[in-house]
Design a protein around this ligand. Structure first.
Ligand code: HEC
Ligand code: HEC
Length: 348
């Protein structure tokens, strides 16, 4: 119990542990939102449609990878909730990625990018995967030089950025502009937050009140129900995993930051299995059970887990909808990618 108190203090949960949510229910009145720690997601307002359209093409273009086969969408599949449904991603030369692919949906709302926060924003992030040997396996120079041989791209970069020199900053800027459109407003829970009492069922509301009053909301709050702090995985009870990721310690070099991760968003969590940085939980029920025990020292009953899972499913919002882009054809100068080219030394 002492440990739990420390845990709750650590995430500043005391202030709202005493909310009268359940009391209101006891009076026979259905709980209505008031000063909740979760806010609705608003639709994104596009500032530069031409840049977004360019970014959309780049997002789907496998020619940004060495193999000519892997695009951003390979591991953040927008038909699969912006993730890949694998324990960890498959990269260049069938490489096994070290960590589970997070969803890109609503990632613009996160305070930093990556599980360990090593990129400040989407623009900084987007350069990473292109040059990562375990992901797209290319280099910025190679990716840009390929784009420069494709006349359709040269024209479109000029239309958007005003010159025919394609730079990696323009590539990542366009990708980020597209990613900013990938928000998912209008989830049933958001409709409820905005005053539509009937948008969620009694079971889902019960799940929400359990989520809130048990202290989940201490870490999963804000419009993204996460994405705004680093927290320890295994606060009350250690998390056992074979995954060797150092978490935030990989950035700070501080041992105390081991197993600290950016709290993942719970938006669209119904679609983004498997869960946790190591993909260790296959189902939402499993993830909720583990969170209860490891983060809060609380063993939920089976029916409580069902209710919380029902609530989590109300967080699925409108998925991005658009026509798929038709990508520009190569010119005669464009090199043909070869996924099976002999692999260079590991440092590659
Ligand atoms: C081979 C699979 C793979 C490919 C291809 C890939 N990613 Fe990722 N992406 C990942 C993984 C795995 C992570 C988590 C890495 C980490 O946190 O250390 C990630 C993290 C991210 C994040 C951070 C999300 C968050 O909440 O922290 C964004 C944004 C992102 N990728 C965008 C892109 C873009 C843009 C591209 C294309 C240029 C791309 N990704 C290509 C696997 C991939
Ligand atoms: C002390 C902070 C904290 C508390 C409290 C907390 N979580 Fe989490 N939650 C995290 C962190 C950190 C992760 C990522 C852990 C990892 O990947 O290793 C996470 C991950 C998750 C995931 C998986 C998301 C994904 O995409 O991988 C779910 C689902 C979840 N939490 C639900 C809950 C529920 C339900 C509760 C309450 C029972 C709760 N959390 C309480 C910090 C917290």
């Amino acid at each position: 119990m002492k440990k739990l108190t420390a845990a709750l203090l650590a995430c500043g949960v005391f202030g709202f542990m005493a909310t009268p949510a359940l009391a209101q229910q006891a009076e026979g009145e259905r709980y209505k939102p008031s000063n909740e720690l979760i806010q609705p997601i608003e639709p994104h307002v596009v500032e530069n449609q031409a840049e977004v359209d360019l970014g959309k093409k780049l997002w789907f273009d496998p020619r940004l990878s060495r193999s000519g086969f892997i695009s951003c969408n390979s591991c953040h599949n927008l038909m699969l909730g912006g993730a890949d449904h694998l324990v960890s991603s498959v990269g260049d030369y069938w490489a096994q990625g070290p960590i589970n692919s997070p969803t890109v949906l609503n990632s613009s709302l996160n305070f930093v990018q990556f599980w360990d926060g090593r990129a400040a924003d989407l623009r900084e992030q987007a350069g990473g995967p292109i040059a990562n040997p375990l992901e797209m396996g290319s280099t910025h120079e190679l990716a840009v030089s390929v784009l420069k041989t494709i006349p359709g791209y040269v024209d479109e970069f000029e239309a958007v950025y005003g010159d025919r020199e394609i730079t990696i900053e323009e590539v990542t800027g366009a990708l980020a502009a597209f990613e900013e459109t990938l928000v998912t407003p209008n989830a049933r829970f958001d409709q409820w937050l905005k005053g539509d009492d009937d948008a969620i069922t009694d079971q889902e509301l019960n799940g929400y009140l359990l989520f809130k009053n048990s202290g989940c909301v201490a870490c999963h709050n804000g419009p993204n129900l996460g994405g705004n702090s680093f927290q320890r995985m295994g606060l009350v009870e250690p998390y056992v995993t074979d995954n060797e990721t150092a978490g935030r310690a990989g950035v700070t070099g501080q041992d105390i930051d081991r197993m600290n991760f950016k709290v993942p968003t719970l938006r669209n969590v119904e679609l983004t299995y498997p869960y946790f940085h190591d993909g260790g939980a296959k189902t939402l029920s499993e993830a909720v059970d583990i969170m209860g025990r490891l983060q809060l020292g609380k063993k939920f009953e089976a029916n409580e887990i069902e209710d919380i899972v029902a609530f989590l499913k109300t967080l699925t919002g409108d998925q991005p909808e658009f026509t798929i882009p038709v990508l520009y054809p190569n010119s005669d100068e464009t090199p043909l990618a070869n996924p099976w080219a002999p692999q260079e030394s590991a440092e590659g």
